[in-house]
Design a protein around this ligand. Structure first.
Ligand code: DGL
Length: 262
């Protein structure tokens, strides 16, 4: 199964998939050379996503693609579904579902990249599945860069979080979806700003359950165990990817392979 993100964020989804389906062979691409996706156009993010999907199919014969990036899911999922003949799972549906299920009160929120929030993908989906809730969305540009540097706690991050999360705090949001796969790495900093009354919702587990359901539904589960093997590939510097990946996940990723796009 192929999993990709603009960088390290998708590792939060990979971890949930590996926990739930330890027998599956996983190939992860972090497109670090072209991150962040958040401020880029729909056309660029769609082109990157198709390029990565084709690479994973040609080189690894993947049976399913997981778009472990909310921005790429918001922008490129329809094109990927049309272009590919394998099943594709994105983040928006599981994210919206996880938030709707975790919302105790009527005030809900989503934070994500500029691309994700401006695409309206969560606004549209949540209006369908949770029409009675009051939704507040906020773009939080700059968060991804902190994670990519491996910086999950600092005064600068705190200052940025206080400014960008103001609409969420002011609206007294009760359940907040971390609508970018990088953000669970910043959960401590985000929680300190929004306070303990706000439940933080990550969509990694819900996405893993959807992946599992798709595999079972199509009879595509691994027949024999791959022993938890993960192949990590980056378009950035492999040594940096291994170092920051270890810092974020707390495990050594082992050798990281390299890919270059034209
Ligand atoms: N992890 C990506 C997401 O979920 C981050 C996008 C970016 O690189 O800005 O949106």
């Amino acid at each position: 199964m192929g999993i990709f993100d603009s960088g390290f964020g998708g590792l939060t989804v990979l971890r949930a998939i590996a926990d739930l389906m330890p027998d599956e062979e996983l190939i992860y691409i972090g497109d670090s050379a072209r991150y962040p996706y958040g401020p880029k156009t729909k056309n660029s993010v769609t082109r990157f996503s198709i390029e990565i999907a084709d690479y994973l199919i040609e080189n690894f014969g993947i049976k399913m693609l997981v778009v472990a990036c909310n921005t790429a899911s918001a922008f490129a999922l329809p094109e990927l579904l049309e272009h590919l003949s394998i099943p594709v799972v994105g983040m928006i549906d599981p994210g919206a579902r996880a938030l709707a299920l975790a919302s105790v009160g009527e005030r809900i929120g989503v934070i994500g990249t500029v691309g994700t929030i401006s695409s309206g993908a969560y606004q549209t989906r949540l209006a369908e599945i949770a029409p009675k809730k009051r939704l507040v969305c906020a773009a939080t540009p700059g968060f991804v860069e902190f994670v990519e540097r491996g910086e999950t706690e600092s005064d600068q991050l705190k200052v940025l979080a206080e400014r960008l999360l103001r609409p969420i705090v002011d609206a007294k949001v009760q359940s907040l979806l971390l609508g970018c796969t990088h953000y669970p790495f910043l959960a401590r900093a985000i929680s300190e700003v929004v306070g303990p009354e706000t439940i933080l919702v990550s969509s990694a587990e819900e996405t893993a359950f959807q992946v599992r359901a798709e595999l079972i539904g199509r009879n595509l589960q691994a027949i024999e165990s791959h022993g938890g093997d993960v192949t990590y590939i980056t378009s950035g510097d492999p040594a940096d990817f291994r170092r920051v990946g270890k810092n974020l996940l707390g495990i050594d990723l082992g050798a990281v392979e390299s890919v270059h796009w034209d």
